[in-house]
Design a protein around this ligand. Structure first.
Ligand code: G3P
Ligand code: MG
Length: 254
């Protein structure tokens, strides 16, 4: 029987997952940022996926390309070939050029490294046709079932992932204070809570999660004081733009 990869679970310290790759240092969600995360020794990466007009799964945070590239327009309205005309270096222009990667290209890059991949499905604005199935099919085709975990702010997507792949590790993303979130997430089959950092301030947060059998994978933890606090709270994973900094702190505050 196939089981959840224990690399998703904390052992002696909080894990470090590079948010959009090592996006503090390289253009977010590009191969350059993922390579840097590997070089920095991150345990995994977090990335965001959307679907092109010609049904290619691409790695980009926004539904449109304006903020991160020199182009304009919605991802859903362009083919991969059209999207590839632009330069995605805008968040780190010191890089001369960066392409928008497909999820397949990122999987190919990371497969030999052993890093885990947190695929965040961006299904909250555009309801992409069957994105959940497409992502799972690719994960299976690449033989990376034990290395990939899934998350979404759209909890219908989280539930659908589990319907398609009951053994998947799935995290419920959320930003603002939600009442009884641990009970809610457990009820809907989550493996983990993926809260915005400030949610850790709620009383008994870690205890509530543990009592409901949930890991806590927190984002986006960048400041040293917050990395120290979250490490001391023994979160399962720190999702950060600065994996080098986070690793150093996670290894110290155990
Ligand atoms: O998955 C954690 C984090 O990436 C969620 O927010 O907006 O950065 O995708 P966002
Ligand atoms: Mg994300």
């Amino acid at each position: 029987m196939w089981r959840i990869n224990m690399d998703f679970k904390r052992k002696d310290r909080s894990l470090v997952w590079a948010h959009r790759g090592a996006s503090g240092y390289a253009p977010e969600n590009t191969l350059e940022a993922f390579k840097l995360a590997v070089e920095m020794g991150a345990d995994g990466v977090e990335l965001d996926v959307q679907l092109t007009k010609d049904n290619q799964i691409v790695v980009i945070h926004d539904e449109w390309i304006d903020r991160t590239s020199n182009g304009k327009g919605w991802v859903k309205d362009m083919t991969l070939e059209e999207l590839r005309k632009y330069n995605y270096n805008k968040t780190h222009p010191e890089y001369e050029h960066a392409d928008i990667p497909t999820l397949r290209e990122v999987y190919e890059l990371l497969k030999p490294t052993g890093l885990t991949v947190n695929v965040e499905l961006k299904t909250g604005v555009v309801f992409y046709d069957d994105l959940e199935r497409k992502v799972i099919e690719l994960t299976k085709e690449m033989g990376m079932e034990d290395r990939v975990l899934y998350s979404s702010f759209n909890h219908y997507t989280c539930v659908k992932i589990h319907e398609l792949m009951p053994e998947a590790y799935v995290g419920f993303l959320y930003s603002d204070g939600a009442i009884d979130i641990a009970q809610y997430a457990k009820k809907h089959g989550a493996n983990a809570l993926h809260p915005a950092l400030y949610n850790l301030q709620f009383p008994n947060y870690m205890k509530d999660a543990a009592q409901n059998g949930l890991d806590v994978n927190v984002w986006t933890v960048n400041e040293p004081e917050h990395l120290v606090m979250a490490s001391r709270m023994k979160v399962n994973a720190l999702i950060t733009n600065y994996p080098d900094r986070a690793l150093q702190i996670a290894q110290t505050y155990i």
